[in-house]
Structure formats: structure tokens, C-alpha cells
Design a binder for this molecule. Structure first.
Ligand code: AMP
Length: 506
């Protein structure tokens, strides 16, 4: 039984040492080069005396980052990919919640990080040409012997409603369980050439990374700017002979909206997987019409259950207006849909989607309170301890035994594929000291974050946006502002968000 994700890379190096593992357009690494670089770096991490500890990886996405992840796993610690486009204050918040002692970065980011991090900084450039010697190999070996499959492999920070991002901790078991299912369900082998879209601080990237490590696929890291220019993106897919993608629907929708596939087709594409937000059938139908021979799959899952827990491989026709199912539970994942009074929902009855199984995260790092709120005893099992994760997503079973996604029960949104808590934005707004009170609403029609506020004076939008970017990444900054004399209140005296949402809908 596999217990450690490093076994993937070790096995693949045996099979395909000289095959390209990762290509980030500027440079590429073979499997054996990744292994060599990772093991040399692991030696430096072990020297710091850490075990089962978080090591943040702070650099722009590329081949080096992939080698860092492998290195941290070899060292018996867990990696934490950092969004370097976040403002310093947010990154510092993450370091504080991790109580980080060691981070890995490159020369391009070193000075920036030194200004607010005073622990040990390891530079990736320092290991580029080092050959790991016998003593390092021995250290790694003894570390690896002690890893068990419930040890953490990575932590991904997601937006937190109280203002601070929360670090979801995922185990080796979770990744192995998920990858066993994914590799066999989609028959992935070394012939797969994958175009990576998901940022590494977003857990969809786990599938891309471990199909590369585990199935010997080649991972092409597509620079972000390509997704803003779909015509360039399709040229690149053809140039690199991409046959597999796992993208957020936003990207597929964008290509459809430009009506690009009628002019240019991604000729090698065979499997098109998507997850992260609702995929409208209107846009999916456009893809299906233009690329009828491809396999399409709608995957669903929050970071807290290791990427995905349900899957629907598209097998029938849908009209543009119909919702697409998120499908059936992945192998070894248990799905419960619970009503308000914690009963199992009947067919067509909406309730909260909850998940049980080996894929559940270990919890939120250094945050027992939030962990206890979301990871709770299965109310349908009173006989022994069994945790479920309450996703906050509302769903129902249809007559075919498929899960249908309905929406959220809280203030979490998906905007351009990013998972965001409106509460985190509201906290940042107050942090700017530009307004007295604020309420942030997502306009689902215009796909915009909009803000209602009370203040003595009209907001200076330019200055406000600049101040906001000291607290949150650009994609979280509201783009429309409405000044109110008074907020509408609901019966219990809270701001009536529904009424505000009605004002901006349409
Ligand atoms: P994340 O933790 O960033 O993966 O976001 C998880 C959330 O994204 C889920 O709780 C859902 O609200 C939403 N989501 C993920 N996949 C889908 C999907 N296929 N359809 C609809 N919503 C989805």
C-alpha cells in the first residue's frame, strides 16, 4: 500500500528518467532532473531540523516550484504554496498562522520577503547544480521511513470569513486516495500532455501535479496571460500537443464567448475536465458541438476534501438552460445530503452537501475552532466517531442518483474561479478606514463584486482601490460602489443583504 506521495516520483523516475516532466515555456525539467533538484533541496530543509512542519513556497509558478514541492515532501514536511500577487500584509498573515520557521523563495522575491519575514529563507538558486551526496540520501531515507499516510502533504490557504485566510491541511492519504480514483477513471498514462491553468495555491492544481508525478504525464504550465487571450491559448495547446485539461469553467466560458472554436480548434485535445464553479450547459454545448469526440467531465469538491468528491462524465444531451449534474461520489468518497434537522434528504429534496471518507482534510492549521465547526460528527452515525465535512453547498439527489448543485448557504462566492468569502473583503474595506460601514454583494449577472457603504463623503474610487490592494489581492477588490444614507435591515436587525442584492440585480 502506498503511504507517501514521494513514491510517485521515485517510481516514475525509474520508468521515464529522461522524459519531460514539467515545461513552463521558459524552461523544462525531466523527471530525473526534478528528483535530483528536489533531493538536494530536501537536504537543506532537513538541516533546519523541521519535521511535519509547514514550509511556504514563495515564487511565481514554474518548474522550480514543482521541484520545491517534491523537496518538501522528501524532507518529511508539508508545502504551502503562496500567492505572490497577494499584498505583503496577507502573506504575513499566512506566515503568522503557520508560525513559519523556514520558507523557500528565489532571488526575485528574496528582498520583498525579508522585509516582513525573519525566519530562515532558502533560495532555490542555491541548489540548482548541487548533486545530493550520500549523506543527504541517508537523511532523506531515514525521514521517509517515518512518514505515515495521515501526515500532512500540503496546506492550501482559502479565503476566511473573519478576514484571515485559513490553511486547509491535506494528508498523503487524501492525495493518494484521490489520485487512485483519478488515474483509473480517466485512464491517464505517460502519453498525457496536460495544460495547467490552476494556480498552485488553488487545489485543482493537485490533479495536474500528481498526474505528472504519478502517471508520468507531461505538465505544461501555461502562463496566466494566455487565459486572457484565448486565441493565443489555442495556438499554444496545438504547439504543445495538449490532450488533457482540467480548468475552471471560467476559461471554457471565455473561449465560447469569443466563438473561437469555429475558427481554430485545439487539435490534440481528448479530455476536458472542469471544476470549481458552475459550468453552464450553454457554454458546454458550444464545446460539445465543436469538439464532439472529447470526453467532458464536471468535477466537484471543496479544498477541504482533497480536490473532488463527485464527478459527472457527460453522457447525455442537455438544453442550454438545464443545470449540469455534479454527478456521483468518486470512489471511496461518501456523500450525504442533510436537511436542516440533520435527516438524509430524499430524492429532489435540497439539503447541505456533506462528505465523509479518507479524503477529508486534517482540519485548518492552528485553528481548532474553525476546524470543529466544519468537521463534525456524522449525525447519521451515533455508534462510533466518524467525521464529516459540512461544505456549505446546497444540493439534491436527482432520480438518476446524481448530485445536483444548487448554491451556497453562506457568503462564499466564486469569482473568476477564485473562492472568496465576502466577509474577508468587508474586513479589508474597514481596514482602509475609508468608510463607516460596508456590505459587499456579488452581482451574479454582471459577475462583479459590488459594495454598499455609509460614509460622510463620497468615496474616491481610485484611492480606495489602492488602499484595498494593501490588504487583499486585486481580484477581491469591489469594482462598483453605492453610497447609502441607511442600510435596509431585516427583521432580526441585520443588514438585509437580499434587499441589497435585489437593487443591483439585472
Ligand atoms: P475550492 O475550495 O476553491 O475548490 O471551492 C469549492 C467550492 O467551489 C465548492 O464548495 C462549491 O461551492 C464550488 N464548486 C466546486 N466545483 C463546483 C462545480 N463543479 N459546480 C458548482 N460549484 C462548484
Amino acid at each position: 500500500m502506498q503511504i507517501n506521495v514521494t513514491e510517485y516520483l521515485d517510481r516514475t523516475v525509474q520508468l521515464f528518467p529522461q522524459k519531460i516532466a514539467v515545461d513552463d515555456i521558459h524552461k523544462s525539467l525531466t523527471f530525473s532532473q526534478i528528483q535530483k533538484q528536489a533531493r538536494a533541496l530536501a537536504g537543506l530543509i532537513i538541516e533546519q531540523g523541521l519535521q511535519n512542519a509547514p514550509v511556504a513556497v514563495c515564487m511565481q509558478k514554474g518548474c522550480d516550484m514543482v521541484a520545491c514541492f517534491a523537496a518538501i515532501s522528501y524532507s518529511g514536511n508539508f508545502y504551502v504554496p503562496i500567492d505572490m500577487k497577494s499584498p505583503d500584509s496577507r502573506i504575513k498573515n499566512i506566515f503568522d498562522s503557520l508560525r513559519s520557521k523556514v520558507i523557500i523563495t528565489n532571488k526575485a522575491n528574496d528582498d520583498r520577503l525579508k522585509s516582513f519575514f525573519d525566519g530562515k529563507i532558502i533560495l532555490i538558486e542555491n541548489v540548482e547544480n548541487i548533486e545530493p551526496d550520500a549523506s543527504v540520501e541517508k537523511l532523506i531515507h531515514s525521514r521517509q521511513e517515518r512518514v505515515i499516510d495521515t501526515d500532512p502533504v500540503y496546506s492550501i490557504f482559502t479565503s476566511g470569513s473573519t478576514g484571515n485566510p485559513k490553511g486547509v491541511v491535506i494528508s498523503h492519504r487524501g492525495v493518494i486516495d484521490y489520485m487512485d480514483w483519478a488515474i483509473s477513471t480517466f485512464s491517464v498514462n505517460e502519453k498525457a500532455v496536460i495544460a495547467n491553468q490552476a494556480p498552485f495555491y488553488f487545489d485543482n492544481s493537485t490533479l495536474d501535479l500528481y498526474l505528472m508525478f504519478g502517471a508520468g504525464a507531461t505538465l505544461v504550465i501555461v502562463p496566466e496571460e494566455y487565459y486572457a487571450f484565448p486565441a493565443k491559448l489555442i495556438d499554444l495547446l496545438n504547439e504543445k500537443k495538449i490532450n488533457f485539461v482540467f480548468w475552471v469553467p471560467f476559461v471554457l466560458i471565455n473561449v465560447a464567448n469569443y466563438n473561437l472554436l469555429e475558427q481554430k480548434k485545439p487539435e490534440y485535445l481528448e479530455k476536458i475536465l472542469f471544476a470549481g464553479e458552475v459550468m453552464p450547459n450553454k457554454h458546454l454545448n458550444y464545446w460539445r458541438k465543436n469538439l464532439p469526440d472529447c470526453l467532458y467531465a464536471n468535477l466537484y469538491g471543496p479544498t477541504e476534501i482533497t480536490v473532488d468528491c463527485t464527478c459527472y462524465i457527460v453522457d447525455r444531451e442537455f438544453s442550454d438552460e438545464e443545470p449540469l449534474p455534479v454527478g456521483k461520489p468518486c470512489r471511496n468518497s461518501g456523500i450525504l445530503i442533510l436537511t436542516e434537522d440533520n435527516r438524509a434528504a430524499k430524492v429532489n429534496e435540497t439539503g447541505e452537501l456533506c462528505v465523509r471518507g479518507s479524503s477529508l482534510a486534517m482540519g485548518y492549521y492552528n485553528d481548532p475552532e474553525r476546524t470543529a465547526k466544519s468537521f463534525v460528527q456524522n449525525p447519521l452515525n451515533i455508534h462510533y466517531p466518524e467525521l464529516i465535512y459540512r461544505t456549505g453547498d446546497m444540493a439534491y439527489w436527482n432520480e438518476r442518483g446524481e448530485v445536483m448543485y444548487v448554491g451556497r448557504r453562506d457568503f462564499q462566492i466564486k469569482h473568476n474561479g477564485y473562492r472568496i468569502e465576502l466577509g474577508e473583503i468587508e474586513n479589508a474595506v474597514l481596514g482602509t478606514k475609508s468608510v463607516d460601514t460596508a456590505c459587499v454583494i456579488y452581482n451574479h449577472t454582471r459577475k462583479e463584486i459590488e459594495m454598499f457603504y455609509q460614509a460622510a463623503d463620497e468615496l474616491n474610487a481610485g484611492e480606495f482601490r489602492k488602499r484595498m490592494m494593501e490588504f487583499v489581492p486585486k481580484y477581491m477588490v469591489p469594482t462598483k460602489y453605492y453610497r447609502l444614507e441607511k442600510f435596509p435591515l431585516s427583521a432580526n436587525g441585520k443588514i438585509d443583504r437580499l434587499k441589497l442584492a435585489e437593487q443591483i440585480s439585472g
